[in-house]
Write a protein that binds this ligand. Structure first.
Ligand SMILES: Cc1cc2nc3c(=O)[nH]c(=O)nc-3n(C[C@H](O)[C@H](O)[C@H](O)COP(=O)(O)OP(=O)(O)OC[C@H]3O[C@@H](n4cnc5c(N)ncnc54)[C@H](O)[C@@H]3O)c2cc1C
Length: 392
């Protein structure tokens, strides 16, 4: 019998597991494949937190509410932005080294933001965060169950019983951190997705089957800048930091047809509309696209904040600092999910949810850089609250 069982080994599950274990709980973590297999490791762009002199958690919260078109839950947003600085310092204590300049963090402005607020670790931010969380988890006393997908969850007299692969695990409380479903959804629609193949959404359905409330599950987000050419970059999410560092979207006539740093849904829609008007371009294999003019990015900025993206494109024979690249929106993120309170508890007592599987923090339209933040902020809260409830 464990105190806390965590389902999923992305940033949110690992943050929850580390927090519960450090609070003194006996923790099990069960995940579908290896500990490394998740969307979190693929995140490149960065993580938001209000550190700039002209910024504050309140301004950050206003940006989130506006980008969500006032559909986010203000209480959750206030937790997200209010806990952001402490989440960043916690990650630093675990060994994450954010890119710095002039004695402070190197901050970029991301789509929908009114201030420079995006911290980065080069363009491998999710990889760096997940790696340090995983090392912290593996250094503790918790037990990992890999290749152990959750198949069934049932309430017992003393908590919950979960069938995870071939294991039957009992715990006082459960934290669902199994991510979103955009990989499965893209397959169903015959579209490209940025997501890892494990992003299939069955854990959300298990919770709903037990009576958990959900919200905004129909609101799926397109990343405005999927790679459209060459073939090995199709479905790649071109980091939004390209636009933060000066790249702009251009139509076939070389005109800027939208605010390249607008909220994601607006930028994606503007690209769809431009192509529908016949003002898009076609990739060499006949796919719809527009141009992202990456030649406007300064070489120094690109080398510090986009080295991975440069390496991938150059490896495919295209230098984004010398030529414009083809882009088109691609299925990326599940905005909605299970309803949670400020401690990440779902409407099922003793069942918590954090990360992409949870809904409310972004409403129907997430800002870039707030998902990794949500994973850490609500993962930590879930871990602590689940430990407390299990020992009560
Ligand atoms: C390419 C890409 C780039 C991104 N860039 C950014 C960025 O720059 N900034 C930002 O904030 N966000 C970004 N995001 C979004 C963000 O990375 C994710 O939303 C977030 O990391 C999700 O974390 P998670 O812990 O909720 O889920 P995941 O990281 O997806 O982890 C889910 C875990 O659950 C496991 N799992 C799934 N089903 C089961 C099951 N049945 N049983 C057990 N385990 C299961 C999976 O194997 C995995 O380990 C990006 C996403 C992608 C795909």
């Amino acid at each position: 019998m464990f105190d806390v069982l965590v389902i999923g080994s992305g940033a949110s599950g690992l943050a929850a597991a580390v927090s519960a274990e450090r609070a003194g709980a006996r923790v099990a973590l069960a995940t579908k494949a290896s500990l490394q297999a998740n969307n979190s490791s693929k995140a490149q762009g960065g993580i938001q937190a209000a550190f700039a002199d002209d910024d504050s958690p309140d301004v950050h919260a206003e940006d989130v509410m506006r980008s969500s078109h006032d559909t986010a839950n203000p209480e959750l947003v206030s937790v997200l932005t209010g806990d952001a600085q402490s989440a960043i310092h916690w990650l630093e204590e675990l060994g994450v080294e954010f890119t710095r300049e002039d004695g402070g963090y190197r901050l970029a402005r991301c789509g929908g933001a009114t201030r420079k607020r995006l911290l980065q670790v080069g363009d491998r931010t999710g990889h760096a965060i997940t790696k340090q969380l995983r090392e912290a988890w593996e250094a503790g006393s918790g037990e990992s169950f890999v290749n152990a997908p959750l198949r069934e969850l049932a309430e017992t007299d003393s908590g919950w019983r979960a069938t995870c692969g071939e294991h039957v695990l009992e715990a006082g409380t459960v934290i669902l951190a199994a991510g979103g479903r955009c990989y499965a959804e893209a397959e169903k629609r015959g579209e490209l997705s940025t997501n890892h193949p494990n992003a299939t959404g069955e854990v959300t359905q298990i919770a709903i089957g037990l009576g958990a409330e959900s919200r905004d599950l129909d609101a799926l987000q397109y990343h405005p800048n999927g790679g459209a050419w060459p073939p090995n970059m199709q479905g790649y999410s071109i980091p939004e930091t390209t636009r933060a560092y000066g790249a702009v979207l251009l139509n076939a006539d070389g005109e800027e047809f939208t605010d390249s740093l607008g909220p994601r849904d607006q930028v994606s829609q503007a690209i769809f509309d431009e192509v529908a008007k016949g003002k898009g371009v076609e990739t060499p294999d006949g796919r719809p696209a527009v141009f992202l003019d990456t030649t406007r990015i300064k070489k120094d900025d690109a080398e510090i904040s986009l080295p991975y993206m440069l390496r991938r494109y150059r490896g495919a024979g295209i230098d984004p600092l010398r030529e414009k690249i083809f882009t088109y929106p691609v299925l990326h993120y599940q905005n909605g999910g299970l309803v949670i309170d400020t401690n990440a508890e779902t409407t099922l007592e003793g069942v918590y949810a954090c990360g992409e599987i949870a809904g409310g923090t972004h409403g129907r339209n997430r800002m870039m850089g707030n998902s990794l933040l949500e994973c850490v902020v609500f993962g930590r809260r879930a871990g602590q609250a689940a430990k407390e409830k299990a020992s009560a």
